[in-house]
Design a protein around this ligand. Structure first.
Ligand code: ADP
Ligand code: ZN
Length: 724
């Protein structure tokens, strides 16, 4: 018997498989999809079995034997293996990198001496083979008595010197038991009675249970979508099936996970990037061992090895975080669609601001549209005020407008809560010398450094470059440094000065870097330990704080000014979503949006809470400029060590593409990429817009292969990029 094994191979664009002999002792054990240890050169490495066969392979060298099977569990189910092939085809990555992406730490095919993440805890019990129990102290007697009743006790509970003596005398023994690091203790709560609108949505989706229909659940903020998810999943579990619930951000996992624990108890595993490696490994094992029916997680949870899936739900489906920006550049929504077809189960895409792609598909009846137009109970959508910041500047209100200041005061006296959105972290985003004009810039990238006051560092938000800030200008040595560009860190400080009696908390990447911080911030704000929550787009989506009655957007123009075809869509979504955090219970909500473009059409649509108006406007724009959803996009970056080599290679690539694509396909560029210099490399971009082009993938594969061994440049292909 022989096995074809795929292993990690140093050349990024190549897949390598090798044939090994299967030792007779493994005949009955080995399966396709298992992880095995094989001899490779002079060492032992891990790989995955892709095929098992009997026919003697025709090779001139002696085949080596598989050393051992690594994990008891089957790591790659037939479905995951198919997903790996799909990923390879869709994103042009290698099969091994697709496999590695799907797996958690500890289960990837690594070098042999990989860290073992299995977690053990020690329990104490009486030694059954010990007959004559000679007790010399009261402490020892207490332990024995307790063990007689409870049989096993966690070592932590009785860790004292008496225990040590008992262990030494062999009267009691310690046993190691594999346990999971995450164990929720939340009590199960009774489910809510769905409103008529919720019930109707639920029934429509339930009627599609044995189809691979995609539903677009288009429900305004606060319409109670989560309750519908819970009811659907309960129904799925009744049928002995499992469910995958996806959310875009870690902060949302925290909130949804606790509502899911309340609904499903320990039947839930969670997967997101701020879990420790050990926790990820544990949660994954719960799924592999079929100990849970529900998985809640962010992007990569789409690969959760749930068998017998019954439904996939993607919350805030328009979020760009479902697309992975790094290799392999997959979109979790596509994988979800693949799995929905594979299992013949519904996929639910939900949002208050659906992506244009999804809404267009719903209009064409490819997706089934379900709408929720009412908020729960007596709650209504908040009132939105737009403030012209140009006028405010004249009144010297640089950060907070008169209206926003007045409203903050008002809400604070009423003990209601406030969320302020500023989509830029740090203290100031731009430092310059008023004497010589010096600007702090990243030496590796095309960007000014952001000042972080807490750490007194200047930081590049692209590559992470870091230096200490000096008191004087590094060039002319005068004390004439000026700080511009407001960030969340400074806003927090300004608020604390303006409202000294208020309690302000900040949530952005800088403070949530530490494990468990998301949870801590969200819970303490929910428990009303703070009055004002300041944050980046992290605070905009999904969060449900009943006491929030005011949402302020400090600068609505930040996202509007990003040069990207999606910036209107992103702005509309961000502003509508953050507005939706206000007035979610019986307190009336108000929203204040500060902008230098009060007449901007998108901002007007937000003010009127009119998705439809925004949608028609934006679709017309996309159609005219040939952007998605009318055309598909491919972004190709040519990256090189110098400006000239990168540009020259990019021109070659473009020429090659142009001579190989269909007539209708449009090839643009090369232009300098959005960020020309990044991490000390120069980047040029070619954009392909197409509708139907059968040979395009082949053309791209050829280009990728040609550049696999090129020393001066490399190619980065992004199929259906979320931004360009
Ligand atoms: P969405 O995700 O649509 O913005 P949520 O699911 O967060 O809205 O629901 C908004 C609020 O309404 C939550 O506090 C939730 O507990 C509450 N809620 C939802 N459905 C019901 C219901 N049927 N009865 C009572 N309260 C509900
Ligand atoms: Zn940099």
């Amino acid at each position: 018997m022989y096995a074809l094994v795929i292993v990690e191979y140093p050349v990024k664009t190549l897949d390598k498989t090798f044939t090994y002999k299967v030792p007779t002792t493994m005949y009955s054990l080995i399966k396709v999809g298992m992880k095995v240890e094989v001899p490779f050169g002079n060492s032992l490495i891990h790989g995955f079995v892709l095929n098992i066969f009997q026919k003697v392979p025709e090779v001139s060298y002696e085949l080596r034997e598989i050393n051992r099977i690594v994990d008891d569990e089957l790591i790659l189910s037939p479905e995951l293996l198919e997903i790996a092939d799909y990923l390879k085809e869709e994103t042009l990555c290698t099969k091994i990198s697709a496999i590695q992406t799907m797996l958690p730490p500890g289960l990837k095919a690594g070098k042999k001496k990989e860290k073992n993440y299995t977690h053990y805890e020690t329990y104490i019990k009486l030694n059954p083979s010990c007959r004559n129990i000679l007790i010399t102290s009261k402490g020892q007697q207490e332990i024995i008595d307790r063990l007689k009743v409870e049989k096993v006790v966690h070592q932590k509970e009785i860790n004292n010197s008496s225990l040590k003596t008992l262990l030494r005398k062999n009267i009691v023994i310690a046993v190691k038991v594999q346990t999971y690091r995450l164990n929720n203790q939340i009590e199960i709560k009774k489910e809510k009675v769905l409103t008529k609108e919720q019930e109707e949505a639920f029934t429509k989706i339930k009627n599609g249970f044995n189809t691979s229909q995609t539903f677009l659940l288009f429900g305004i903020t606060g319409s109670g979508k989560t309750e519908i998810y819970i009811k659907l999943i309960k129904e799925v579990i009744k049928q002995n099936k499992t469910a995958l619930m996806m959310v875009p951000e870690i902060s949302l996992t925290t909130q949804i996970a606790s509502r899911f624990y309340e609904a499903f108890g320990n039947d839930v595993a969670i997967l997101h990037s701020s879990l420790s490696k050990g926790e990820k490994y544990d949660e994954y094992l719960k799924i592999l061992r079929k100990e849970v029916s529900v998985v809640v997680g962010t992007r990569s949870s789409v690969f959760a090895p749930l068998e017998n899936l019954g439904i996939i739900i993607i919350d805030e489906e328009d979020s760009s975080s479902y697309k992975q920006d790094s290799y392999p550049k997959y979109n979790a929504k596509n994988i979800a669609e693949f799995r929905s077809k594979y299992h013949n189960i519904p996929l639910v895409l939900a949002s208050a601001t659906p992506s244009l792609e999804s809404k267009a598909r719903a209009d064409k009846e490819v997706y089934k549209l379900i709408t929720l137009n009412k908020r729960i109970g007596s709650s209504t959508l908040p009132e939105i005020h737009i403030v012209d910041m140009e006028k405010e500047m004249k009144k010297r209100n640089m950060i907070l407008s008169e209206l926003l200041q007045k409203k903050i005061k008002e809400k604070l006296t009423r003990h209601e809560q406030i969320i302020l959105l500023l989509n830029r972290r740090g203290y100031s985003t731009f430092i310059t010398c008023s004497n010589c004009g010096f600007v702090y810039k990243c030496p590796n990238c095309d960007i000014s450094l952001t000042y972080h006051k807490t750490s007194n560092n200047l930081q590049c938000h692209y590559c992470g470059y870091l230096i200490k800030k000096s008191e004087t200008c590094p060039k002319c040595e005068q004390t004439s440094l000026n700080y511009y560009g407001l960030g969340t860190e400074k806003l927090e400080q300004v608020l604390k000065e303006l409202y000294p009696d208020s309690r302000v908390i900040r949530m952005d990447q800088d403070v949530t870097g530490k494990k468990g911080m998301h949870e801590k911030i969200i819970n303490s704000f929910k428990n009303e330990e703070y009055d004002i929550l300041v944050g980046t787009q992290m605070v905009s989506k999904g969060l449900d704080f009943p006491k929030v009655s005011l949402v302020g957007v400090i600068n609505a123009d930040t996202s509007l000014n990003i040069p990207d075809f999606r910036s209107n869509e992103n702005t509309f979504s961000l502003l509508s979503q953050v507005a939706g955090r206000a007035g979610r219970s019986d307190i009336k909500g108000e929203v204040i949006i500060q902008t230098f473009n009060p007449d901007n059409f998108i901002i007007k649509c937000v003010e009127e809470a009119s998705y439809e108006k925004f949608y028609l406007y934006e679709m017309a724009f996309r159609r005219k400029l040939k952007y998605p959803p009318y055309y598909y996009l491919i972004g190709i970056k040519v990256v090189g060590k110098t400006y000239d080599t990168a540009l020259a290679e990019a021109a070659k690539v473009k020429k090659y593409i142009e001579s190989h694509v269909s007539e209708e396909t449009i090839t643009l560029g090369p232009t300098t990429a959005n960020i020309l210099k990044y991490n000390d490399e120069y980047r040029f971009q070619i954009i392909i817009k197409y509708r139907f082009d059968d040979s395009l993938k082949e053309t791209l594969k050829t280009i990728e292969e040609n550049y696999a061994t090129n020393k001066s440049c490399y190619i980065d292909i992004d199929i259906n990029p979320t931004r360009i």
